[in-house]
Design a protein around this ligand. Structure first.
Ligand SMILES: [Mg+2]
Length: 367
């Protein structure tokens, strides 16, 4: 991973910044030489709490009142379990700026690329509340989707600890005659025990048949969306995330198979697929703002990533060649991360955005 340890240099900012922000009318002027990707949890919000610095940061980027005008930005989160449209609407309301679904990259958003391969093939979609992730998968183009709830509704003995068992889906099916072709973990498991059981059932069963006899090797591909071990919310200590489910699943698989490796493809930060997806969204935003923008200009832009998790946000941004900015409002506190050092570290996201604007202004003036 690229990246050098450095404490955030505080570039000089205008003395009357807040008055400048008020007196510049909102403009349609864009600064396309830079773009910003902001993490959400621990940066703009902490669980149910919306951070004032998050509101201020997004206003600076989006209302055109900064010295640079508007700067394209996306929200790049390892969260999920909702549609991009629902996330955009919720954050627009909470943060007080308009956010389009085309500015939201959820952990599972790039899984859309798998939909062509599995358009008609039966997949198990895991994680999140109820059957909501199955609906998201269908909206992505997966046309034949079931959930662990559906399997337990079919045979309550498959996980005999749910009382009462889940309600059957609108169209019950016989999973003994309806094999799975892939398992996709879209979001945090809301029932670790049940999901470990049903996922290992499908991965182990010959031909991917739930309840089928164990095969000698993994039966179907596994895709997972977010390797974060922990995340920050409004509890005093970080909470276990989907990465904890990965740890449990790997350990369970090793115990059940005498140490055979579990093969899977992981989406989400810090994996490159997420950054390629975000760059395509930023390209589209820039081309919407300036349809005549030359491709060479987009390739030359600087992309700044702001996050609170060194292992996800900073490692991924450094690997993608972006400028990584670490904030102390989430899972990280301290001077800088020794393993995944950020280019600069700030107390909160508004300071990070002010630093970006000042850096870009300094480049303009030096040019
Ligand atoms: Mg975060």
């Amino acid at each position: 991973m690229a990246g050098r340890a450095a404490l955030g240099p505080r570039l000089p900012l205008p003395a009357c910044r807040s008055r400048l922000l008020q007196t510049h009318a909102a403009s349609a002027r864009w600064h396309l030489d830079a773009a910003v990707a902001l993490d959400i949890d621990g940066v703009l919000v902490r669980g149910a709490q919306t951070l004032d610095e998050g509101r201020r940061a997004l206003r600076m980027l989006s209302d055109g009142s900064s010295a640079l005008g508007r700067i394209p930005f996306v929200l790049l989160t390892n969260g999920g379990g909702v549609s991009e449209a629902a996330k955009a609407a919720d954050l627009s309301r909470r943060l007080g700026v308009p956010i389009s679904p085309r500015q939201v990259v959820l952990a599972h958003s790039p899984m859309q690329a798998l939909a062509a391969r599995y358009a008609a093939r039966h997949v198990l979609v895991v994680g999140g509340a109820g059957r909501r992730c199955a609906e998201i998968a269908r909206a992505y183009g997966f046309g034949n989707v079931s959930t662990p709830d559906d399997v337990v509704a079919w045979r309550p003995a498959a996980w005999p600890f749910m009382a009462p068992p889940p309600a059957p889906p609108a169209r019950p099916r016989d999973y003994a005659a309806d094999p799975f072709h892939a398992v996709l973990v879209f979001h945090d498991s809301f029932d670790f025990g049940r999901d470990l059981q049903i996922v290992t059932d499908v991965l182990r069963a010959r031909g991917g048949v739930a309840g089928g006899a164990p095969a000698s090797r993994q039966s179907v591909p596994l895709y997972m969306s977010n390797a974060d071990l922990i995340f920050a919310n409004d509890f005093a200590q970080p909470r276990l995330g989907q990465g904890a489910f990965h740890v449990c699943l790997r350990a369970m698989w090793a115990a059940l198979t005498a140490g055979a490796p579990l093969e899977y493809t992981c989406f989400g930060k810090p994996f490159r697929v997420q950054y390629d997806f975000a760059e395509r969204l930023l390209d589209r935003l820039a081309l919407d703002a300036a349809p005549a923008a030359a491709p060479a200009r987009l390739r030359a832009r600087r992309i700044y990533a702001i996050g609170d998790n060194p292992a996800a946000d900073i490692a991924g941004a450094n690997g993608a060649g972006w400028t990584s900015l670490l904030v102390r409002t989430g899972v990280f506190s301290g001077a800088n991360d020794p393993t995944h050092p950020a280019a600069a570290v700030f107390d909160h996201v508004a300071d990070a955005v002010e630093w970006i604007i000042a850096s870009e202004r300094a480049r303009q003036e030096a040019a």
